[in-house]
Design a protein around this ligand. Structure first.
Ligand SMILES: [Zn+2]
Ligand SMILES: [Zn+2]
Length: 220
């Protein structure tokens, strides 16, 4: 089982502030991982404090893609925890990779690779904007965690399906219109940059979950 907590999103419940961007925490039985950092680092750390998450408890930071609303909190997170392993798409700016390397262990991702037990990167996907998503394999199937899903839902899900049945998708879905690919999922948690949120909600009222800061999900 993985416990996922949204700690940064455009929307927030009353205890938090909404701000453009995305970040989620994944807790496994072995370790804690952070996926993306939103854009406002101090706000991200404030949300962590309110959720009783010690930045030093995070072992691994995975960055989906090099857009300001996903990497903005990087300096604060690296300052709060000098022992992080940071997984970035290999196509990241060379200068940014050098800066990260000064403050953390940098791991560049090209192909799909296991990052933690049961958790794997899709590898760098897409042409214009290269992005990695995370595949969370619970043993009963896979959940996909996306940043903005720029490569497109179909491309991402085709990759994920190599690793097991796709049970759900979480994160930003950008302006994707490949709605038929969301059929038969048990969970569609769309947030951040999802342009067609209302449409997706309308099509899949049973499985749709609104993402907001403070949302906890137990993925089994
Ligand atoms: Zn983006
Ligand atoms: Zn984004």
């Amino acid at each position: 089982m993985f416990r996922l907590t949204v700690i940064y999103d455009n929307n927030a419940n009353k205890d938090f502030a909404g701000s453009w961007g995305f970040a989620a925490l994944i807790e496994t039985s072995r370790e804690t991982l952070l996926f993306d950092t939103g854009w406002d680092g101090p706000l991200l750390l404030r949300h962590m404090r309110r959720l009783n998450v010690d930045p030093l408890s995070i072992r691994k930071l995975v960055i989906s893609h090099q857009h300001w609303d996903h990497i903005g909190g990087l300096p604060e997170v690296l300052r709060a925890n000098p022992w992080l392993e940071v997984y970035v798409p290999a196509s990241f700016s060379e200068n940014l990779k050098k800066e990260i390397e000064k403050r953390a262990t940098l791991i560049e991702i090209k192909e799909s690779v296991e990052i933690s037990q049961g958790i794997r990167s899709t590898g760098e996907l897409g042409d214009e904007v290269k992005e990695q998503s995370l595949i969370l394999n619970t043993g009963n199937g896979c959940y996909v965690l996306t940043g903005c899903a720029h490569p497109g839902i179909a491309v991402i899900l085709d990759t994920v399906s190599h690793y097991g049945k796709v049970k759900g998708i979480l994160g930003g879905l950008h302006d994707n219109e490949e709605f038929e690919r969301l059929k038969n999922m048990e969970l569609i948690a769309a947030g951040h940059c999802t342009a067609h949120r209302e449409k997706i909600k309308e099509l899949f009222p049973e499985t749709f979950v609104e993402i907001e800061v403070g949302l906890h999900l137990n993925l089994k």
